[in-house]
Design a binder for this molecule. Sequence first.
Ligand SMILES: [Fe+2]
Length: 437
Amino acid sequence: MDGDARVPFHLRGNYAPVPDEATLTELKVEGAIPPALTGVYLRNGPNPSRAPSPHWFVGDGMLHGVRLENGRAAWYRNRHQRTRVFAGEERNRALMDRAMTTANTHIVRHAGRFFALEEGAFPFEVTGELESVGPHDFAGKLTTAFTAHPKICPDTGEMHAFGYGFMPPFLTYHVIDRDGRLTKSVEIPMSASVMAHDFGMTRNHVIFMDLPITFDFDLAMRGRFPYVWNDAHGARLGVLPRGGDADQIRWADIDPCYVFHPANAYEEDGAIVMDVARYPSLWRGRAEEFDSASRLHRWRIDLNTMATREEPLDDLVTEFPRIDDRRAGLKNRITFAAGAVNRGIGEAEHFDRVVRFDRQTGERAVKTFGENTMASEFAFAAGGPGEGEGWLMGFVYDGSSGTSDLVILEADTLAETARVKLPRRVPQGFHGDWFAD
Ligand SMILES: [Fe+2]
């Protein structure tokens, strides 16, 4: 199928699904896996199982996991999440059945449970061995969808999250305490249903992104991806005290844009600073292809006046920004991201590098993986007490061999530490993380 322009990008090359599930041991390793890395790297992504999916975002979720222990790679596994969507159950469009999920976007661990997340539905619990448990609605307290990008506060252990829907309530903020109890849900007044993929969290505030990609009823009726760019909808950021109520939200206008992913948000000198991967516009008319590229960008919101200053941070095409999550909500020095060669309109960006930004020195380091390779998000694994002390890891696909490796880099130099050689490929996916034992 490679190179056939009639096949959508998300079904071609390494975006195409794999047909089977495997459990592999006796994995070949190049370099030396640090013994301190004992745990599992899990990566989620779409892997349409029955029919070609109409959009990259809607295929059945599949997890890929690599278990590392005491300097060796114990296993690789890939498993579909056993959701009702995967089982072939028809979605009843008249019912907002939040247990119907592809569970295909991200994987987080909170209060001892692993959740595979997809923003249209409830979390879907899985195990660290990639086995499915089932939908999780926090003992019946969750009544909306749940973002794939909740934020876990490194100080309090709370998980802050939200859900959005195409019917009211359009946006609902949720707080889950460190023991996994949903303690607060707050409906945020919104004028329309916007695609809210992610949000920001500082020590004291959460920040919602009300951006001009809005629900389009006609597209939905035609079975198309129902969110597209809307010039009539403004762009603003909603700042709410953590755990606050709807009447405490304050809004700050910004230049129109779309953002899937912030890198981090924090407070400094009476302002909120939020660094994001920003698209100047996206999905004009149709959402099936990416018609622009994202770059790192900074919003600074004055907490007294709600005036906003914006500045581009870098000219490289980057997405999937990540930090050392011990700095989540605090001023961070280091940001990591997947980098791409911008091939222009109508192609998915070809991520083939990892970039490390040092905000203190202004230095930018780039690690490329060679001809005919594809990389994606790299997650941080802590190895020492300081910010960014540790490793990065992610899958890199080699188009020449048709196989993928789990590549481990030193986070401070981007030098390669080790790679776990897989005899098969891991499709391009969305998000993952390292979960230490
Ligand atoms: Fe995401």
